[in-house]
Design a binder for this molecule. Sequence first.
Ligand SMILES: [Fe+2]
Ligand SMILES: [Fe+2]
Length: 183
Amino acid sequence: MGTFATDIAAIRKRAREKLEMGAVTQNYGGDVKTAIALLNEAVATEIVCVLRYKYHAVAATGIASESVKEEFAQHAKEEEQHLDWLSERINQLGGKPNLNPDGVASRAASQYAEGENLVDMIRENLVAERIAIEHYRDLIRYFGDKDPTTRTLLERVLAQEEEHANDMHDLLVAHEGRPMLKK
Ligand SMILES: [Fe+2]
Ligand SMILES: [Fe+2]
């Protein structure tokens, strides 16, 4: 057996104290305020991503745009799911998700770009996904083992952003008609 030892009596005592903290216990490894602020930046990023994909799902025109529109719409739904997961987590940590439309764009890492044509739209989405991927990777490193639940959630989101980026990359290749460098 290892040396893992825990004082159950002390844990039971602490569990009865500070009930207003909900899921946040005394051994929460991070700083709750910072965690909430970081997650709210991700919330803003996801809002921008939902709106951008929704706009593209409606505005895309041209030959062969139907399947692309469907892909945009599907991504919009998944970005909304990310928004919901992040908001739930902020709530669990005792914070408020910042869904105030004022200042969303400036709080977000990703950008709202309409794009002039189908290829532009696809490219803007690929750029946005790459921004999201880099941002989530940094957040995952930050949360590390300070807050495994938040880290695991962010890992789940990151995996989907990577799928999104790959989808956009493949669409760009298909619609630009020239292969991009892929190792
Ligand atoms: Fe997302
Ligand atoms: Fe995404």
